[in-house]
Ligand binder design. Structure first.
Ligand code: ADP
Length: 483
């Protein structure tokens, strides 16, 4: 089969995001010959992503509400600047069906899926009911919101403890509480409702079975507007803190060489995507139990943070596919069988947070240097002077290492972490180093309980030799200045 690269018609693409994903999208636009239009706010006049953009627009304001979440202002800016399409990245407006709909009305292409797919998948109750009706296994429990504590107790006793109270509008690991018995449900119910109302403006809760010792395994989907839906295999994202991912790998060590299971979970994801006429990049997330039975968790109707590891093992540029699909072009993927995976890729999320408490630690970057082995990719938004405010996601970069086998990917990641110096900003590099050295991780035998059970944060060497790091930074600076 010959793949012929056709020349796409030039487009003006506005990137409604910041940080590493804005740079990533800008690079893809450039490759396609489109104009990448970047945004900057009063918070970040020197934002790193602007370097990769062809044009820059100033969005007045400091808060997210005034800028990256301001739908009407963004539409007005897009119209004045004759924008053909908007890429929302992840977070911000990426899963906001109202925004996608407004763009449709204004004749601007939303570089993401159709609004109906965003709507049905945006709510954990609706999407769960839809998955169940499509024959996709879902976590035992309700697929409808349970409005009262009495209702929650009834469901919990039917399915058996432990259970999870989960906000239907939840995201980012928030609005979730495990309960072991009736007393805990009584105690937690109102608290989760309150948290859900304040974080998501919707207090509806689901009650579902808490899967013990689970694995978070998700399948990357890419689809076009012609009805073609492909999967790009799975990622395992079980290394989490507070139900949020910090390390991801592809393929999943838990699925390992069980190709029958791999095919089954990937085909289930494709089936679900087809049910909602999916037409962009998306991820179907599952929770897998010790016995390898898996259940649908949710579908993220956007590009995900961890997409690079899939790109590394398949060689396909998912952002480029997303842009092509949105403009109604061919994905140039002849068939599912054409998509192959080779090797193993790992991503460590580099976050501005205390490596031991894992709580956000805002601050300002005063220096930054890299010295990586071959086979390492670093998607980031670091620059000297970057001020990580509590307003922004504390993730400042994604370190991705690929090897032909998992052991090599781990070795490369360990070396890459050693070669990443960030000065002035507390970060979780020391935690990642401990995990890369840990035998449970090396054996690939971890679950989402890894951080609480293995407690790698307690093995961090707090005696880090900052002296040598500063010496390296000073040497790099001297080189840059031609000294
Ligand atoms: P969010 O939208 O906040 O990311 P998810 O439903 O995707 O929420 O779940 C996030 C994480 O919470 C999962 O990766 C998993 O670790 C945990 N989790 C969610 N549902 C369950 C469940 N039923 N049993 C065990 N763990 C769960």
């Amino acid at each position: 089969m010959t793949i012929r690269l056709h020349k796409t018609k030039h487009k003006r693409v506005m990137i409604v995001n910041r940080g590493e994903i804005a740079s990533r999208v800008a690079k893809a636009c450039r490759e396609l010959g489109h104009t990448a239009v970047g945004l900057w706010t009063d918070n970040e006049p020197n934002a790193a992503h602007l370097e990769y953009c062809d044009e820059w627009i100033h969005l007045e304001g400091k808060t997210n509400a005034e800028t990256y979440l301001n739908v009407e202002k963004l539409i007005q800016v897009a119209k004045v600047n004759e924008i053909d399409g908007i890429h929302p990245g992840y977070g911000f407006l990426s899963e906001n069906g109202g925004f996608a709909k407004r763009l449709d009305e204004e004749g601007i292409v939303f570089i993401g899926p159709n609004t109906e797919a965003i709507r049905v998948m945006g709510d954990k109750a609706t999407s769960k009911a839809l998955a169940r009706d499509a024959g996709v296994p879902v976590v035992p429990g309700t697929a409808e919101a349970v409005p009262t504590v009495e209702g929650a107790l009834k469901v919990a006793n039917e399915i058996g403890y432990p259970v999870l109270l989960k906000a239907v509008a939840g995201g980012g690991g928030r609005g979730m509480r495990a309960c072991e018995n009736d007393d805990e449900v009584k105690k937690q119910f109102e608290a989760v409702v309150r948290e859900a109302v304040s974080a998501f403006g919707n207090g509806d809760l689901l009650v579902e079975k808490l899967i013990v010792n689970p694995h978070h395994i998700e399948v990357q989907i890419m689809a076009d507007k012609k009805g073609n839906v492909f999967h790009f295999f799975e990622r395992e994202c079980s290394i989490q803190r507070r139900h949020q991912k910090i390390i991801e790998e592809a393929p999943s060590p838990f699925i390992g060489s069980d190709e029958e299971l791999r095919d089954r979970i990937c085909e289930t994801a494709v089936l679900l995507a087809k049910t909602v006429s999916y037409d962009s990049a998306g991820t179907v997330e599952f929770i897998m139990g010790e016995d390898k039975s898996f259940y649908f968790l949710e579908m993220n109707t956007r590009i995900q943070v961890e997409h690079p590891i899939t790109e590394e093992i398949t060689g396909v540029d998912l952002i480029i596919c997303m842009i092509q699909s949105a403009f109604g072009e061919d994905l140039q993927i002849p068939s599912q069988d054409w998509i192959k995976k080779t090797g193993h890729a790992i991503e460590c999320r580099i976050c501005a947070e205390d490596p031991i408490t894992m709580l956000p630690a805002p601050g300002t970057v005063t220096g930054f240097e890299t010295n990586f082995p071959q086979g390492v990719r670093f998607d980031h938004c670091l620059y000297r002077g970057l001020n990580v405010t509590p307003d922004f996601d504390p993730m400042v970069g994604k370190l991705v290492a690929k090897g032909l086998v998992r052991d090599v990917a781990i070795r490369k990641m360990r070396a890459a972490l050693e070669g990443l110096y960030i000065e002035g900003l507390k970060n979780n590099i020391p935690l990642h180093k401990v995990i890369m050295d840990d035998s449970t991780f090396a054996e690939g035998k971890y679950t989402t309980n890894y951080i609480s059970e293995v407690a790698p944060q307690n093995k961090i060497n707090t005696d880090i030799n900052f002296d040598s790091i500063y010496r390296k930074l000073a040497a790099a600076e001297a080189r840059n200045m031609g000294m």
